[in-house]
Design a protein around this ligand. Sequence first.
Ligand code: ATR
Length: 274
Amino acid sequence: MPNHYAVIGHPIAHSKSPLIHAAFARQTGQDLEYGRLLGALDDFAGEVRRFFANGGCGLNITVPFKEQAWALADERSARAELAGAVNTLIRLDGERLRGDNTDGVGLVRDLVENHGFDFNGRRVLLLGAGGAARGVLQPLLASGLRCLVIANRTTAKAHALAALGAPLGPVSGCGLDDLAAERFDLIINATSAGLADAVPTLPSDCLAPDGWTYDMLYGDQPTPFCRWGHEHGAARVLDGLGMLVEQAAEAFWLWRGVRPETAPVIQALRQSMG
Ligand code: ATR
């Protein structure tokens, strides 16, 4: 399987990663194949070993295997280390695997490069303290922001995540109920509430007058948190489709040493979603 890559998850049929990487390969003239692998819930490590033993070059990892991928990597990037999760495995010389996490850099690049958000001096609210929030913590803290507040329904988890990030930048944790007196320039939703058609309960005025909202989820229709952004007068309302393509572009670069153009791929995906 020379030049063979795949995304592994469970479920996996919905994954857009094969479409995205095929578009990157066409655009950059790279000769590669990129497939989907339905990982067995009880044998993730075995699946990964077989993929690489058969000559696979790199894997993307999605739900629910990112923590297991972290554990089986032989070495890890600093951002993957803090994330406690790996979404990209790179085959090194011999049998060794390097684990990286491109989710956070994908989020920050989408905001900065595709939409012109300037993190410098900004107050940013990160909603959620689960795997999705932890996965983007290091690149957010390296973005130049003035302060990051992590707010979670379960307050103790927000404090724990903030403690993890504290050596890297200005971050604090609190409960959703503690946000009453605060205003933010950017609110990022990293909760899974949208999957149940819900939004975290927030004070109606926690968005600064020219503040932006960003939902790490995306969909054919505006997500519940995107609807919240519109209803509360956000200057820009963004969903996670750009982050999806940017995290893939970073993985492509790690594997192939070539940076694809993301804008045409984001646009094509958006159109295909109606
Ligand atoms: P993921 O890997 O997607 O982050 P997770 O680790 O299960 O999934 O974390 C889900 C996050 O969404 C948590 O922060 C969760 O809050 P709790 O820690 O209090 O459970 C948050 N979440 C899920 N549904 C929510 C809702 N309806 N309102 C607010 N927060 C919600």
